[in-house]
Design a protein. Structure first.
Length: 260
């Protein structure tokens, strides 16, 4: 830190009335203010202030409980020295944790069964009418984790690509169950940098009459800007992730599928 010197003269200070700022200048200052807020948020997230992203991005944005196991999995996935074999193994473990938490958000009903000893047991069962939708290609890495938990669950796919000239996200391919509008949808996309791909995918689901509140986004890593964009665009959609960090591991898809 430097020192600040102050010069005191005999002349009393004069004060000038601040001129009213033009709208364009006010907009620039508002933009700078938002950027400063983003920087403060990123610093806090980097310092593991985990409660802040939930409050900042709304009640539907949730981080899974962070413990030593989760942090180790995140570290291995981010490490550039991790082999592909280890990367896939530990990525599948982290995916499974997110999928399990996503299943906890699905509706269920009470059910009474009879045990082998003849005793009644009051338990629960998931309400039928759920499906998974993977955003190709990285979202396909999460399909096996979902199938490991729900063997008979129906799956759909959607491919969103960015235009080379305009960089605008556009849908190239989409295939869903015919009755998807009547189902709860587990939308799978592991890495969110800008949020544009997810926003486009959700728009397509809405075009197929899927209600926003019936979509649960399963994610591994998100940046603050993507979390803000998605939660602002779809405040009723549930979002589950393991980490909000300024730097997303964008190598995930290439490393997982061995195309790096």
């Amino acid at each position: 830190m430097g020192t600040m010197s102050e010069v005191v003269g005999s002349r009393p200070p004069t004060y000038e009335k601040k001129a009213q700022q033009p709208p364009a200048q006010e907009q620039r200052q508002d933009k700078i203010s938002r950027q400063e807020q983003d920087l403060k948020l990123q610093v806090c997230i980097f310092s593991e202030c985990l409660i802040l992203p939930v409050e900042r991005f709304g009640n539907q944005f949730k981080l899974i409980s962070i413990n030593g196991q989760v942090k180790e999995l995140q570290t291995i996935i981010r490490d550039k020295n991790t082999t592909r074999s280890d990367f896939k193994f530990y990525a599948d473990r982290l995916i499974r944790l997110v999928v399990e938490e996503g299943l906890n958000q699905l509706p269920y009903s009470e059910r009474t069964i009879t045990t082998p000893t003849g005793c009644p047991y009051k338990g629960l069962q998931f309400v039928k009418g759920n499906c998974g939708v993977a955003i190709v290609r990285s979202g396909e890495a999460m399909e096996q984790g979902l199938r490991s938990c729900c063997r008979s669950i129906r799956l759909g796919k959607i491919l969103v690509e960015s235009d080379l000239d305009t960089h605008e996200a556009k849908v190239v391919y989409a295939k869903f169950p015919e009755d998807i509008s009547q189902r709860k949808v587990l939308l799978m996309y592991p890495i969110m940098s800008s949020g544009n791909t997810v926003i486009k995918a959700v728009n397509v689901l809405q075009e197929h009459a899927v209600e926003e509140e019936n979509i649960i986004l399963l994610n591994l890593f998100a940046t603050p800007s993507s979390a803000r964009s998605i939660s602002t665009a779809f405040p009723k959609m549930q979002i589950l992730t393991t980490e909000v960090h300024p730097v997303a591991p964008n190598h995930f898809g290439q490393k997982y599928f061995g195309t790096d």
